[in-house]
Design a protein around this ligand. Structure first.
Ligand code: MTE
Ligand code: MO
Length: 902
């Protein structure tokens, strides 16, 4: 066959379908790889990646990709690190502008047919796209290393020259496909995919078993790790699969450099990636640099903290403190689960009742995992009481009919012997309009060849993955037509019955899609929705343009800021703000959504309607978003590191463990002589991004660095690990997991207190002279106290006296003890330093017991009559300690203005 029908690349020979009689004549301009190899062309790229004319539909016995478009760099990408990537504007962005996570509108995806073009193929990028010039593609180097007899370092050129090339159609599916539905039930840690988080392409490359066979895995090798070139907050993206799968030709795992006959698009891994059929997309590492054979699963951060289905009872809060649960390989996702969706009728599609069609062809897609075949798709119009079989078509099977040794895009179509299904399939069913009219909804479920059927109920888990309950489309009867409603719309797009049901107080988890079941108790408001605090004033109707907004950017002491597209006037609250007026001024003239939402309590959010003055116009919002991107990438050298309005990056240089749960994190600033820019007693904001969700985590810290120190910044942080009696923290765990050499962002200063020296304090901008500080702290609350104490004691002319009360559990918990002791010695009579422990060891000679009312009465006493205002009490510790201290001191006669809480 191969001799009779040369296997052209790009210009397909009009091959006969099975059973067809006459062999067509080969095309005159044969351009297959072998012919090209003897071509005298001087450009090596054009040999491997010829400018292939688009393949003609129908001329092969199997589907070929539709014609792809010529795209351009989109305006929204220009200011991002992806400003070199050309993209299709139809793609729906799921995580803001950057990083690029997108799906096509579901109908557009379906309309492209079996093979998706690069234009509409979904993209899941954890970070910026590595930039590789065309000229460097063939020189791209990667390794096969680890537990192998013959480690390999090779270029893409070697891979193409030295190995057999294959082409397979493969459907990639992100484990987050359909996650928006889960987010509607309860917010997961993942962003909101609709049902188009999957795509099918023809991938050309080398079968991984061939590569591994040459490297020869050693005894004891059980896993293969893959690592990409994209550097992310927690290291390079990487993951692993089992070695025996990687060695198994049945599994079809490949290293690929061509998608639909073209060099990989940058978003899809240019120039080289792994493609794993039947498994979640997350294992198909893009921009491939290393293949490492190991005895253990990958310890890459993204292998452990992404693409897992944790048990359903693990809440987002809990999950921060369960490192062992995360590492449990049993929760790692590999094979896809069986899933399906309805594409037509589309969301909001309407069909006429009178004069409309007699029947409607309901249709969509289905897939199964691990090479399994979808063996049936059933449709119900009565909530699962009765089911009808839909027609199924498997375009993938047509590739199995390719001639022996037939190639496509330079790779052999090695499909004839494969029993496995690597691709999605399509289903359809004609339903009489009258039947649709009589029903409330159309629901579907698929079954695979292990007889696993899609469940009715959702399995919610903290990352929101593998969502596959029956896909439900609601039917609305609206005067002369029927209108269809899908469960959700992707990203933040409104619409869908889930949102509607939730808004009307329905309980989506009642086993009846949130519909009121007769006899059901009045629904108790869900905890989650109770947390959606209303932050707007309904009476406010004003639309605000950018010019007006900009006039209140803090310069003239008026501070307007934006949260969720709404404009707030924070001017009158600057004095009352617990974080000091500076934190409002810092947000003035900006979109403060992320920061505001992640720092503020429900109480603070509930205050927002009082300050709500209008809605930002759409154009103004666009300008603001772009401005925000611009300031954060400003890299010009500055004398002072901290900026109040823009985040500045600092590189983590070391983590020094100073107690069982405390570390000093050291950062290098922009240059060696750069000052931190933090007045004594003030804090800075530290921002990290959760690498999975890109959610911003922001907290205030007081560094322990000397104010005079340059080029470096040291922050002492207590890491809240899980203990039997206490839950840990999201922020501190995330900070702890940042590798050396990666950045975090800082901003500031913030705080209403500042120590100016020699007893002069500034509190909320008002000066106050004090003679004595009482400093009460516990645990890591020592850091702001330590700052002020150091400023007092290091200035021998400062007459202020300090009484420091530091309460902890065990001796080891006393943080910065050496430094505190040294300051006490330095201060002599000016300083009294008292430690007390609640669980002292037997060698402890200091005080014991809690810093309760009795203790405070003894140590601090009552304010001295006639000397009101001479003493300022500084307090910093856990909330419960701060509250009990407040109560005790007020009981002793201290006034509110004498107590300052950090
Ligand atoms: N290097 C690298 N590989 C990666 C990712 C990534 O962010 N970096 N994302 C993964 C995830 S979660 C998915 S679903 C697929 C998506 O592949 P696509 O963008 O080509 O559709 O790539 C996987 N491989
Ligand atoms: Mo994914």
């Amino acid at each position: 066959m191969a001799a009779t029908f040369p296997s052209p690349d790009g210009v397909p020979a009009p091959l006969p379908r099975m059973g067809s009689q006459l062999p067509p004549s080969p095309p005159s301009s044969v351009t297959n790889l072998k012919d090209l190899a003897i071509d005298s062309s001087s450009n090596p790229l054009s040999l491997v990646f010829p400018q292939e004319p688009q393949t003609v539909e129908g001329s092969r016995p199997y589907p070929l990709p539709p014609k792809a478009r010529k795209n351009h760099v989109l305006p929204e990408d220009v200011k991002t690190p992806d400003n070199h990537v050309e993209r299709d504007p139809r793609l729906i962005r799921l995580t803001g502008i950057h990083p690029f996570n997108v799906e096509a509108p579901l109908s557009d995806l379906y309309n492209e047919g079996f093979i998706t073009t690069k234009d509409l193929h979904y993209v899941r990028n954890h970070g910026p796209v590595p930039k590789v010039e065309d000229a460097d593609v063939l020189d791209w180097e990667f390794t096969v290393e680890g537990l192998v007899e013959k480690p390999l370092t090779m270029t893409l050129r070697d891979l193409i020259r030295d190995y057999e090339q294959v082409t397979y159609p493969i459907t990639l599916v992100c484990a987050g496909n359909r996650r928006k539905e889960q987010n509607m039930v309860r917010k997961t840690k993942g962003f909101s995919w609709g049902a188009a988080g999957l795509s099918t392409a023809l991938w050309t490359g080398v079968a991984l078993p061939d590569l591994l066979a040459r490297a020869v895995p050693k005894r004891g090798a059980r896993y293969v790790c893959f690592e990409g070139a994209d550097k992310l907050p927690n290291g390079y993206y990487g993951t692993s699969v089992k070695l025996n799968w990687a060695m198994d030709p049945n599994r079809g795992i490949m290293v690929s450099y061509k998608m639909n006959g073209e060099m990989l698009h940058p978003d899809h891994g240019k120039p080289l990636r792994i493609v794993i059929p039947g498994q979640i997309g997350g294992r198909s590492v893009k921009w491939l640099k290393r293949i490492v054979v190991t005895a253990q699963p990958s310890d890459n951060w993204y292998h452990i903290y992404d693409n897992r289905v944790l048990p359903t009872m693990v809440s987002p809060d809990d999950s921060a403190n369960l490192p062992e649960t995360w590492k449990d390989e049993r929760y790692a996702i590999y094979d896809l689960n069986t899933n399906s969706a309805t594409c037509y009728p589309a969301h909001n599609e309407a069909i006429l009742l009178e004069g409309g069609p007699e029947t409607y062809k309901v249709r969509g897609y289905a897939y199964a995992g691990g090479g399994k075949r979808v063996t049936r798709l059933e449709v119900t119009l009565d909530k699962g009481k009765t089911w009808t079989l839909a027609n199924l078509s498997y375009p993938e099977d047509q590739y199995r009919m390719a001639a022996e040794n037939e190639t496509l895009y330079g790779g052999r179509l090695d499909m004839s012997w494969r029993e496995a299904c690597f691709c999605w399939c399509f289903w359809d069913l004609d339903i009489a309009t009258s039947q649709l009219q009589a029903a409330d909804d159309v629901m579907i479920r698929a079954m695979d060849d292990s007889m696993m059927v899609q469940p009715r109920d959702m399995y919610w888990s903290v990352l929101g993955m593998m969502n596959n309950p029956w896909y439900r489309v609601v039917i609305h009867k609206e005067h002369d037509h029927l209108r269809f409603e899908h469960p959700t719309q992707p990203a933040l797009m409104p619409g869908g019955w889930m949102e509607r049901v939730k808004k009307s107080g329905g309980n989506l988890t009642n086993g009846f899609w949130g519909e009121k079941v007769s006899g059901e108790e009045e629904i108790v408001q869900e905890e989650e929705s109770a947390k959606d605090i209303c932050m707007v004033n309904d009476k406010v109707k004003r639309e605000i343009e950018i010019e007006e907004f900009r006039q209140h950017d803090g310069e003239k002491d008026t501070a307007w800021f934006v949260v969720n597209g709404q404009v707030y006037d924070g001017t009158s609250f600057m004095e009352g703000h617990p974080g000091g007026g500076a934190s409002i001024l810092g947000a003035a003239g900006q979109d403060a959504t992320e920061e505001f939402m992640s720092i503020h309590s429900e109480t603070a959010k509930a205050m927002m309607p009082d300050y709500h003055i209008g809605t930002l116009s759409a154009t103004a919002q666009k300008v603001l978003t772009e401005a925000g991107e611009a300031t954060s990438v400003d890299t010009s050298p500055r004398a002072v590191f901290l900026q109040s309005k823009a985040w500045s990056k600092a590189i983590l240089t070391s983590k020094e463990r100073i107690s069982s749960d405390t570390k000093v994190f050291s950062f290098s600033l922009d240059h060696e002589t750069q000052a931190i820019g933090l007045p004594v007693g003030q804090h800075l904001m530290l921002r990290l991004r959760d690498p999975v969700t890109r959610e911003a985590l922001i907290r205030a810290y007081t560094p322990i660095s000397e104010g005079t120190e340059q080029g470096k910044l040291h922050v002492l942080v207590k890491i809240y690990y899980d203990t039997p009696d206490k839950k840990g923290g999201k922020m501190t765990q995330a900070l702890d997991s940042i590798p050396i050499g990666h950045f975090v962002e800082f901003k500031g200063p913030v705080g209403k207190f500042e120590y100016l020296g020699r007893g002069v304090c500034s509190i909320g901008g008002k000066k106050r002279q004090v003679k004595r500080f009482v400093m009460i702290c516990a645990g890591s609350g020592v850091t702001p106290i330590y700052q002020v104490l150091r400023a007092v004691m290091k200035d021998s002319e400062d007459p202020t006296t300090c009484l420091v009360l530091d309460g902890n559990r065990v001796e080891e918990d006393i943080l910065c003890r050496k430094e505190l002791d040294e300051l006490a010695v330095l201060g002599g009579k000016r300083c009294e330093l008292v430690y007390t422990l609640t669980r002292p060891g037997k060698d402890w000679k200091g005080l014991t017991g809690r810093m309760d009312g009795k203790f405070l009465e003894e140590k601090v006493g009552r304010p001295v009559e006639g000397e009101e205002g001479d003493t300022l009490v500084l307090i910093c510790g856990p909330e419960t300690m701060e509250n009990s201290t407040r109560d005790a001191l007020k009981g002793l006669g201290w006034r509110d203005e004498d107590l300052l809480f950090f």
